[in-house]
Design a protein. Structure first.
Length: 299
């Protein structure tokens, strides 16, 4: 399909991008829900329960003939370790900042992914993707920056989360083609549950667990199945067909979803400036889906 201002990417990549947008929306929902859960449970206790449930679900659907040993499995577990660090920073920071602000700062990983990917993999993003990344970065600035330059410890912790998640996206792009996506998803969920359990030993969570009501457990189960098990499955599959930079750009929808859902669930406001930032992010995503006719197709 030719002509006009451009053409859409091939259907396989478009489907992968749509799936990654759905992951970003699911992750956006975890910010307001996670903040509610963290009012009751300590952070690593919450993380352990959520990813233990996700790991069990992934184990049930993993192929029985798959190999759970060898260099690739070890590398996949290491990717899960990076994933754990990202979530550790996030849940600690989420207790000290707002759900929408945490979502915005986590989205800064979109700026870090093409830098890391370009330096490590020596693969520059296409020009329109670079323009889209720039638009998304400006949008994130409008979303996150306030009238004061004061730095909150919660924001710094979430920034550490963004760095870890940027590395995670690049690493997943490196390993995804070599592993069954179900096995890869399981390998990422397990370290989060196991390392979280070790950290949770310092929290003495017994009384908090006993006081958690059905709504808290329902929220954790929902996040475990959708934003953990489901999201890892989709990401491990979709990154076979798209680049790390492009994945990072799709994930800029996460703070937009977080802000909208935080407003709906927690009553957190969104200013005109922040709404403009959200619009720039969506514009950046759309630009990445347009291909100039003269550009040769990529799979």
């Amino acid at each position: 399909m030719m002509g006009g201002v451009g053409v859409l990417r091939n259907p396989q990549r478009f489907a992968a991008d749509a799936a990654l947008l759905a992951v970003a929306a699911a992750w956006g929902l975890t910010f307001p829900l996670g903040k509610i859960v963290l009012d009751v449970l300590p952070p690593f206790t919450y993380l352990t329960i959520r990813f233990a449930l996700a790991a069990i679900a992934l184990l049930l659907i993993s192929p029985k003939q798959a190999s759970y040993s060898g260099p690739l499995w070890t590398q996949a577990l290491a990717v899960g370790g990076v994933f754990f660090l990202g979530y550790a920073f996030q849940v600690l920071g989420l207790r000290l900042t707002t759900a929408s602000q945490a979502g915005f700062i986590t989205g800064i990983s979109v700026v870090m992914v093409p830098i890391i990917s370009g330096l490590w993999l020596r693969r520059a993003p296409p020009p329109l993707v670079l323009v889209g990344i720039t638009a998304a970065a400006v949008g994130l600035g409008l979303l996150a920056l306030e009238g004061t330059l004061a730095v909150r410890i919660g924001d710094l912790l979430v920034l550490g989360c963004a760095v870890c998640f940027a590395f995670h996206i690049v690493l997943v792009g490196r390993l995804a083609p070599a592993l069954d996506h179900r096995v890869f998803a399981l390998a990422q969920a397990m370290p989060v549950a196991l390392l979280g359990a070790i950290a949770a030993l310092t929290e003495h969570p017994g009384s908090a667990i006993a006081s958690a009501g059905p709504g808290i457990w329902a929220a954790i189960a929902f996040m475990a199945l959708t934003a953990s098990a489901g999201a890892l499955l989709v990401q491990s599959w979709a990154q076979r067909f798209t680049t790390p930079s492009h994945t990072g750009l799709m994930f800029t929808f996460e703070p937009v979803a977080a802000a909208m859902l935080a407003h709906w669930v927690l009553g957190e406001g969104l200013t005109v400036r922040q709404a403009a930032g959200a619009g720039l992010i969506l514009t950046g995503i759309l630009m990445a889906e347009i291909r100039l006719p003269a550009e040769p197709p990529r799979c």
